[in-house]
Design a protein around this ligand. Structure first.
Ligand code: AMP
Ligand code: TRP
Length: 357
């Protein structure tokens, strides 16, 4: 069984496929989406992107830039376009291999929205109203001017996943509720119309993969944090990285030792360990008797070095726009072939008359 970030993910993925589908034997399928809403940070990289890359060893993966989700919050047109390509580039620069995995932009495969409509007919207002992300985004006041798109966001997400009959969905803790809704909609549809969808299982990274803010280690690193000193963007220059780590808050005391009473050091040692591929004990031993300043100076260099190949690849991709477009063209073709098969089955189950040839 493949160990994955401390999880035995194959057990849940395999159960999902065995329970669900009479599909020919092949590797279980993964689907995940990322919104193109701005520069990704070290938390996204360590918590999500590296897992996308690792999963390619054991799964057939589809990674999607979810532009139609992004527009549930108004996006300036030029920024949305730039961020969409940049998010695809980030998948590739992090190590998603377009020969092995499918990389797509959501709006390029029209079946996502088509299936969302059909799932709308089985989803309940009440269950969507209970989604915590919806409640957060509306500030709990659901009124006349909350868009239908924001309300319907989780149904589109369910369509993304069910369209490809994904077995497993790697997401952060915050998206777990949406994957549970996806499971409910899949089961409800299957019960009403006959077995059609695979009921997917979420893959949530272990607690250690939660990277905290540099300026406040009690909250997770986030691009929507008030200060740029909260996060290291994957596109930060070496000098910016050094400056941010130097400014990162530390705990009282002088010893480099993680612990419940030392949230800042715990986070910094975790980042060091994940980036350098070293155990916390090794790091603690190395800095025994030395102060925070030495540790932070080295952490800055570890971070700069770890991000250097990623950043070099991002620059190459930015210079070769045709490459990304080729990946997205091929991805859309491969994805659409799978999506069309699912939709044919869905139409038949629901009783929609096939378009005459
Ligand atoms: P978001 O940027 O919040 O849409 O998140 C994109 C992906 O990165 C999700 O899978 C998140 O769970 C993950 N992620 C975001 N922030 C962090 C963090 N601070 N630590 C670990 N993973 C994160
Ligand atoms: N809602 C997810 C987020 O904000 C993005 C997303 C859209 C997604 N569709 C998905 C994630 C399908 C996993 C699977 O992070």
């Amino acid at each position: 069984m493949a160990a994955y970030g401390g999880h035995e993910l194959d057990s849940c993925a395999m159960t999902a496929s065995r329970d669900n589908e009479e599909r020919p034997a092949r590797r279980p399928r993964v689907f995940s989406g990322t919104q193109p809403t701005g520069a990704l940070h070290l938390g996204n990289y360590l918590g999500a992107m590296r897992n996308y890359v690792a999963l390619q060893e054991t799964h057939d993966c589809i990674y999607c830039v979810v532009d139609l989700h992004a527009i549930t919050i108004r996006q300036p047109r030029a920024e949305l376009k730039r961020n969409t390509i940049e998010t695809a580039n980030m998948f590739l620069a992090a190590g998603v291999d377009p020969e092995r995995s499918i990389v797509i932009v959501q709006s390029h495969v029209p079946q996502h929205t088509e299936l969302a409509w059909i799932l709308n007919t089985v989803a309940y207002m009440g269950e969507l109203r209970r989604m915590t992300q919806f409640k957060d985004k509306t500030g709990g006041v659901e009124g006349e001017s909350v868009s239908v798109g924001l309300f319907d966001y989780p149904v589109l997400m369910a369509a993304d996943i069910l369209l490809y009959r994904a077995d497993a969905v790697p997401v952060g803790e915050d998206q777990k509720q949406h994957v549970e809704l996806t499971r409910d909609l899949a089961e409800r549809f299957n019960n009403a119309f006959g077995k059609t969808f695979v009921v997917p299982a979420p893959i949530i990274p272990p607690e250690g993969a939660r990277i905290m803010g540099l300026d406040d280690p009690t909250k997770k690193m986030s691009k929507s944090a008030g200060s740029a000193y909260n996060y290291i963007a994957l596109t930060d220059s070496p000098d910016e990285i050094r400056r941010k780590i130097k400014r990162a808050v530390t705990d009282s005391g002088t010893e480099v030792r993680p612990g419940d009473d030392k949230p800042a050091l715990t986070n910094l040692v975790a980042i060091y360990g994940l980036l350098a591929g070293e155990a916390a004990e090794t790091i603690i031993d190395r800095y025994a008797g030395k102060g925070y300043a030495d540790f932070k100076a080295d952490l800055a260099e570890v971070t700069v070095d770890a991000l250097a190949p990623f950043q070099a690849r991002m620059r190459e991709l930015a210079d070769d726009k045709g490459f990304t477009l080729d990946v997205l063209r091929l991805g859309a073709e491969r994805a659409e072939a799978i999506a069309a098969r699912t939709m044919q089955k869905v139409h038949e189950r629901v009783g929609l008359v096939p378009r005459p040839d």
